[in-house]
Design a protein around this ligand. Structure first.
Ligand SMILES: Nc1ncnc2c1ncn2[C@@H]1O[C@H](COP(=O)(O)OP(=O)(O)OP(=O)(O)O)[C@@H](O)[C@H]1O
Ligand SMILES: [Mg+2]
Length: 270
């Protein structure tokens, strides 16, 4: 399976939101988009799942152009978890069952219930099933929405900042699950996250999006500090420790104290 995006341009009214996007993605790979606020990351995900349809170019899933299909058909293959979720006033179990209906139609059979059950166990969300989603915490909601994206058994999984409200333990748990299902189910996963350490550690490929354009598309282990500095226009250093990247941003200073002090802080606290 492959996803080929060719010369994708997005224009809403007179504003260009994306320019000449070319991407060639393979299944079983986790692709992570990084880039500054307002670069166009969410716009790219929304264009792929047809939430935005003011687009030119081609988005070929196995050589069939998604742009020419209707959204119902596209949503069977592509599941999308947005950056911001609206209130829905539904119980968690209803949300999970609803997302399976996209795949199976109105009535759910034994297999459907098994898929739902499996995800409930995997995500450890039994205790939330009969709660109203609007009253869960930000992180709990994100877990539920990620679970419901997978219940659809998509070919393409689009996740817009799926871990932004999660505590460190849950972030790691979710990223591990995302990486695992991408491989096991041979998905093409495209995810936006701002946490560079997690991005570099978990991604197979890094897509760098800046000012409406893709400026780099790399294997994650080939990403270097210079590329990151250029992407965000700030100094950056990357240190590798036991295969884990640690990124350091923002400023340079010339005094080598044991404890890290900033000149302006010293003045403030005097
Ligand atoms: N429907 C819209 N109509 C007009 N402009 C839009 C629309 N949606 C987004 N934009 C603009 O397009 C640009 C890219 O927005 P987008 O949401 O894709 O950014 P992003 O890279 O996801 O940023 P963030 O990291 O803050 O989520 C922004 O300048 C935004 O104001
Ligand atoms: Mg966004």
């Amino acid at each position: 399976m492959s996803l080929n995006i060719k010369q994708l341009c997005v224009k809403i009214k007179k504003n260009k939101l994306l320019e000449n996007i070319d991407l060639n993605l393979k299944n079983s790979e986790l692709n992570i988009i990084i880039g500054p606020n307002g670069a166009g990351k969410s716009t790219l995900l929304k264009s792929i799942c047809k939430i935005i349809d003011n687009v030119d170019g081609e988005i070929l899933l196995n050589n069939e152009d998604i742009i020419k299909k209707d959204i119902q058909e596209v949503s069977k293959d592509i599941s999308y978890m947005g950056q911001f979720q609206n209130n829905s006033n539904l119980n968690v179990i209803d949300i999970l069952e609803l997302s399976r209906r996209k795949y199976s139609g109105f009535s759910l059979n034994k297999k459907d219930h098994e898929v739902i059950e499996k995800i409930i166990n995997e995500f450890n969300i039994e205790k939330f099933l009969h709660k109203n989603i609007d009253f869960l915490s930000g992180g709990e909601k994100q877990k539920i929405f990620l679970a419901s994206s997978l219940i659809q058994e998509p070919k393409i999984l689009l996740l817009d900042e799926p871990t932004s409200f999660l505590d460190p333990k849950n972030q790691i748990e979710m990223l591990e699950i995302i990486k695992k299902v991408t491989k096991e189910k041979k998905l093409i996963t495209i995810m936006v996250i701002h946490d560079l350490q997690n991005a570099l550690h978990y991604a197979n490929k890094i897509i760098m999006l800046k000012d409406k354009k893709i400026i780099d598309f790399q294997d994650s282990q080939d990403v270097d500090a210079k590329m990151i500095s250029n992407l965000y226009n700030i100094p950056c250093e990357i240190f590798w420790q036991n295969g884990h990247p640690f990124t350091f941003f923002g400023h340079t200073h010339n005094h080598g104290n044991k404890h890290h002090n900033h000149h302006h802080n010293i003045k403030d606290t005097n």
